[in-house]
Design a protein around this ligand. Sequence first.
Ligand SMILES: *Cc1c(COP(=O)(O)O)cnc(C)c1O
Length: 236
Amino acid sequence: MSSIQQNIEHITSQIESAQQKCGRPRESVQLLAVSKTKPIEAILDAAQCGQRTFGENYVQEGVDKVKHFNQTHPELDLEWHFIGPIQSNKTRLVAEHFDWVHTIDRTKTAQRLNDQRPENMPPLQVLIQVNTSGEQSKSGISGNDIFTLAELISSLPNLTLRGVMSIPANVPDYQSQLAEFEKLAELKQQLADKHDNIDTLSMGMSGDMDAAIHAGSTMVRIGTAIFGARDYPKSS
Ligand SMILES: *Cc1c(COP(=O)(O)O)cnc(C)c1O
Protein backbone atom coordinates (compact mmCIF):
# COMPACT_ATOMS: atom_id res chain seq x y z
CA MET A 1 0.00 0.00 0.00
CA SER A 2 1.33 3.47 -0.85
CA SER A 3 1.82 6.14 1.79
CA ILE A 4 -1.07 8.14 0.34
CA GLN A 5 -3.33 5.13 0.68
CA GLN A 6 -2.15 4.58 4.24
CA ASN A 7 -2.83 8.22 5.05
CA ILE A 8 -6.35 7.98 3.70
CA GLU A 9 -7.02 4.88 5.80
CA HIS A 10 -5.68 6.66 8.84
CA ILE A 11 -7.80 9.78 8.33
CA THR A 12 -10.86 7.68 7.57
CA SER A 13 -10.50 5.89 10.88
CA GLN A 14 -9.96 9.23 12.66
CA ILE A 15 -13.19 10.48 11.11
CA GLU A 16 -14.98 7.32 12.20
CA SER A 17 -13.83 7.57 15.77
CA ALA A 18 -14.77 11.27 15.94
CA GLN A 19 -18.24 10.36 14.65
CA GLN A 20 -18.58 7.60 17.19
CA LYS A 21 -17.47 9.79 20.10
CA CYS A 22 -20.32 12.19 19.51
CA GLY A 23 -22.88 9.59 18.50
CA ARG A 24 -23.11 10.50 14.84
CA PRO A 25 -23.89 7.80 12.30
CA ARG A 26 -21.11 6.26 10.23
CA GLU A 27 -20.44 7.87 6.90
CA SER A 28 -22.18 11.11 7.83
CA VAL A 29 -18.90 12.95 7.19
CA GLN A 30 -17.34 13.01 3.76
CA LEU A 31 -13.60 13.31 3.21
CA LEU A 32 -12.63 15.90 0.61
CA ALA A 33 -9.02 15.26 -0.46
CA VAL A 34 -7.38 18.63 -1.09
CA SER A 35 -4.95 17.98 -3.94
CA LYS A 36 -3.82 21.53 -4.74
CA THR A 37 -0.21 21.68 -5.96
CA LYS A 38 -0.07 17.86 -6.05
CA PRO A 39 0.64 15.91 -9.24
CA ILE A 40 -1.73 13.71 -11.25
CA GLU A 41 0.03 10.58 -9.97
CA ALA A 42 -0.81 11.44 -6.36
CA ILE A 43 -4.48 11.94 -7.23
CA LEU A 44 -4.56 8.69 -9.18
CA ASP A 45 -3.03 6.90 -6.23
CA ALA A 46 -5.74 8.23 -3.91
CA ALA A 47 -8.47 7.49 -6.45
CA GLN A 48 -7.33 3.91 -6.78
CA CYS A 49 -8.08 3.30 -3.13
CA GLY A 50 -11.59 4.63 -3.54
CA GLN A 51 -11.23 8.37 -2.90
CA ARG A 52 -13.65 10.09 -5.28
CA THR A 53 -13.87 13.75 -4.25
CA PHE A 54 -10.99 16.18 -4.67
CA GLY A 55 -10.56 19.86 -3.80
CA GLU A 56 -8.51 22.36 -5.82
CA ASN A 57 -7.66 26.00 -5.08
CA TYR A 58 -6.15 27.36 -8.25
CA VAL A 59 -8.35 27.60 -11.30
CA GLN A 60 -5.97 26.73 -14.12
CA GLU A 61 -4.27 23.93 -12.22
CA GLY A 62 -7.64 22.49 -11.26
CA VAL A 63 -9.00 22.70 -14.79
CA ASP A 64 -5.96 20.89 -16.16
CA LYS A 65 -6.51 18.06 -13.69
CA VAL A 66 -10.23 17.81 -14.36
CA LYS A 67 -9.61 17.58 -18.11
CA HIS A 68 -6.88 15.01 -17.64
CA PHE A 69 -9.04 12.70 -15.56
CA ASN A 70 -12.10 13.12 -17.78
CA GLN A 71 -10.02 12.11 -20.77
CA THR A 72 -7.83 9.38 -19.35
CA HIS A 73 -9.88 7.98 -16.46
CA PRO A 74 -13.57 8.62 -17.03
CA GLU A 75 -14.30 5.33 -15.24
CA LEU A 76 -13.12 6.83 -11.94
CA ASP A 77 -15.96 9.38 -12.14
CA LEU A 78 -14.14 11.83 -9.90
CA GLU A 79 -15.96 14.77 -8.33
CA TRP A 80 -14.14 18.11 -8.32
CA HIS A 81 -14.64 20.84 -5.73
CA PHE A 82 -13.31 24.35 -6.19
CA ILE A 83 -12.25 25.68 -2.77
CA GLY A 84 -10.06 28.69 -3.59
CA PRO A 85 -10.83 32.38 -4.01
CA ILE A 86 -12.61 33.12 -7.32
CA GLN A 87 -11.75 36.15 -9.39
CA SER A 88 -14.47 37.35 -11.76
CA ASN A 89 -12.40 36.68 -14.84
CA LYS A 90 -12.02 33.01 -13.85
CA THR A 91 -15.66 32.14 -13.23
CA ARG A 92 -16.18 30.69 -16.71
CA LEU A 93 -13.45 28.08 -16.28
CA VAL A 94 -14.87 27.11 -12.90
CA ALA A 95 -18.42 26.89 -14.25
CA GLU A 96 -17.31 24.73 -17.16
CA HIS A 97 -15.25 22.19 -15.24
CA PHE A 98 -16.11 21.81 -11.58
CA ASP A 99 -18.94 19.98 -9.82
CA TRP A 100 -18.91 22.02 -6.62
CA VAL A 101 -17.79 25.50 -5.50
CA HIS A 102 -17.27 26.18 -1.77
CA THR A 103 -16.24 29.81 -1.92
CA ILE A 104 -19.11 31.96 -3.10
CA ASP A 105 -19.19 35.21 -1.16
CA ARG A 106 -20.55 37.72 -3.69
CA THR A 107 -23.70 38.02 -5.76
CA LYS A 108 -21.64 38.85 -8.80
CA THR A 109 -19.76 35.54 -8.61
CA ALA A 110 -22.98 33.58 -8.16
CA GLN A 111 -24.62 35.30 -11.11
CA ARG A 112 -21.65 34.74 -13.39
CA LEU A 113 -21.27 31.07 -12.45
CA ASN A 114 -24.97 30.56 -13.17
CA ASP A 115 -24.81 32.33 -16.52
CA GLN A 116 -21.68 30.48 -17.59
CA ARG A 117 -22.69 26.98 -16.52
CA PRO A 118 -22.99 24.91 -19.72
CA GLU A 119 -26.49 23.63 -20.47
CA ASN A 120 -25.40 20.03 -20.81
CA MET A 121 -24.00 19.93 -17.26
CA PRO A 122 -26.00 19.44 -14.05
CA PRO A 123 -26.40 22.49 -11.81
CA LEU A 124 -23.24 23.55 -10.03
CA GLN A 125 -23.46 22.59 -6.33
CA VAL A 126 -22.47 25.60 -4.26
CA LEU A 127 -21.69 26.68 -0.72
CA ILE A 128 -21.60 30.18 0.70
CA GLN A 129 -18.28 31.00 2.33
CA VAL A 130 -18.94 32.46 5.74
CA ASN A 131 -16.66 34.47 7.98
CA THR A 132 -17.59 33.39 11.51
CA SER A 133 -14.70 35.05 13.26
CA GLY A 134 -15.29 38.60 11.99
CA GLU A 135 -11.65 39.01 11.04
CA GLN A 136 -11.17 41.63 8.34
CA SER A 137 -8.43 39.72 6.61
CA LYS A 138 -10.44 36.55 6.07
CA SER A 139 -12.65 36.04 3.08
CA GLY A 140 -16.29 35.13 3.44
CA ILE A 141 -19.39 37.07 4.38
CA SER A 142 -21.37 37.47 7.57
CA GLY A 143 -24.70 38.69 8.96
CA ASN A 144 -27.60 39.51 6.68
CA ASP A 145 -25.48 39.36 3.55
CA ILE A 146 -25.56 35.58 3.88
CA PHE A 147 -29.34 35.43 3.62
CA THR A 148 -29.45 37.91 0.75
CA LEU A 149 -26.93 35.85 -1.18
CA ALA A 150 -28.79 32.63 -0.37
CA GLU A 151 -32.00 34.13 -1.79
CA LEU A 152 -30.26 35.06 -4.99
CA ILE A 153 -28.59 31.66 -5.42
CA SER A 154 -31.89 29.89 -4.83
CA SER A 155 -33.41 31.82 -7.71
CA LEU A 156 -30.68 30.79 -10.15
CA PRO A 157 -31.51 27.65 -12.15
CA ASN A 158 -27.96 26.52 -12.81
CA LEU A 159 -26.80 26.67 -9.19
CA THR A 160 -27.96 24.51 -6.28
CA LEU A 161 -27.28 25.94 -2.84
CA ARG A 162 -26.16 23.08 -0.58
CA GLY A 163 -24.90 24.88 2.53
CA VAL A 164 -22.03 26.82 4.00
CA MET A 165 -18.27 26.64 4.30
CA SER A 166 -15.74 28.40 6.51
CA ILE A 167 -12.05 28.60 7.20
CA PRO A 168 -12.02 29.68 10.85
CA ALA A 169 -9.20 31.45 12.63
CA ASN A 170 -6.42 29.07 13.47
CA VAL A 171 -6.88 28.44 17.20
CA PRO A 172 -5.36 25.46 18.94
CA ASP A 173 -7.85 24.79 21.72
CA TYR A 174 -10.79 22.50 21.21
CA GLN A 175 -13.40 24.64 22.99
CA SER A 176 -12.72 27.74 20.87
CA GLN A 177 -12.76 25.65 17.71
CA LEU A 178 -16.05 24.10 18.74
CA ALA A 179 -17.60 27.50 19.47
CA GLU A 180 -16.74 28.75 15.97
CA PHE A 181 -18.04 25.63 14.29
CA GLU A 182 -21.27 25.67 16.26
CA LYS A 183 -21.99 29.15 14.92
CA LEU A 184 -21.66 27.81 11.41
CA ALA A 185 -23.85 24.81 12.18
CA GLU A 186 -26.57 27.10 13.49
CA LEU A 187 -26.37 29.19 10.38
CA LYS A 188 -26.76 26.11 8.22
CA GLN A 189 -29.90 25.27 10.19
CA GLN A 190 -31.31 28.74 9.62
CA LEU A 191 -30.71 28.42 5.89
CA ALA A 192 -32.27 24.95 5.85
CA ASP A 193 -35.42 26.42 7.40
CA LYS A 194 -35.75 28.71 4.39
CA HIS A 195 -34.32 26.74 1.50
CA ASP A 196 -34.47 23.20 0.11
CA ASN A 197 -31.37 21.06 -0.47
CA ILE A 198 -29.31 22.49 2.41
CA ASP A 199 -27.37 19.50 3.74
CA THR A 200 -23.70 20.47 3.69
CA LEU A 201 -21.38 21.97 6.27
CA SER A 202 -17.89 22.18 4.82
CA MET A 203 -15.71 22.71 7.86
CA GLY A 204 -12.73 21.08 9.53
CA MET A 205 -9.17 20.69 8.37
CA SER A 206 -6.28 18.63 9.75
CA GLY A 207 -5.89 20.61 12.99
CA ASP A 208 -9.53 21.02 13.94
CA MET A 209 -11.31 18.04 12.44
CA ASP A 210 -12.58 16.56 15.71
CA ALA A 211 -14.25 19.78 16.83
CA ALA A 212 -15.75 20.28 13.38
CA ILE A 213 -17.25 16.79 13.35
CA HIS A 214 -18.59 17.27 16.86
CA ALA A 215 -20.34 20.45 15.71
CA GLY A 216 -21.93 18.70 12.73
CA SER A 217 -19.50 18.97 9.83
CA THR A 218 -20.53 16.90 6.82
CA MET A 219 -17.38 17.48 4.81
CA VAL A 220 -13.82 17.81 6.09
CA ARG A 221 -11.16 19.21 3.79
CA ILE A 222 -7.81 17.51 4.24
CA GLY A 223 -4.67 18.11 2.18
CA THR A 224 -1.34 17.76 3.92
CA ALA A 225 -2.30 14.77 6.04
CA ILE A 226 -3.09 12.83 2.87
CA PHE A 227 -0.58 14.07 0.30
CA GLY A 228 2.23 15.41 2.49
CA ALA A 229 3.57 18.97 2.72
CA ARG A 230 3.15 21.22 -0.30
CA ASP A 231 6.54 22.15 -1.69
CA TYR A 232 5.87 25.20 -3.75
CA PRO A 233 4.40 28.52 -2.70
CA LYS A 234 0.65 29.01 -2.48
CA SER A 235 0.55 31.65 -5.16
CA SER A 236 -0.56 31.28 -8.75
C1 LIG B 1 -5.39 24.03 1.45
C2 LIG B 1 -6.77 24.00 1.99
C3 LIG B 1 -7.20 22.93 2.80
C4 LIG B 1 -6.31 21.79 3.24
O1 LIG B 1 -5.31 22.24 4.07
P1 LIG B 1 -4.25 21.24 4.72
O2 LIG B 1 -3.66 22.03 5.81
O3 LIG B 1 -3.27 20.89 3.66
O4 LIG B 1 -4.98 20.03 5.20
C5 LIG B 1 -8.52 22.96 3.22
N1 LIG B 1 -9.37 23.96 2.89
C6 LIG B 1 -8.98 24.99 2.11
C7 LIG B 1 -9.96 26.05 1.77
C8 LIG B 1 -7.67 25.04 1.66
O5 LIG B 1 -7.30 26.07 0.89
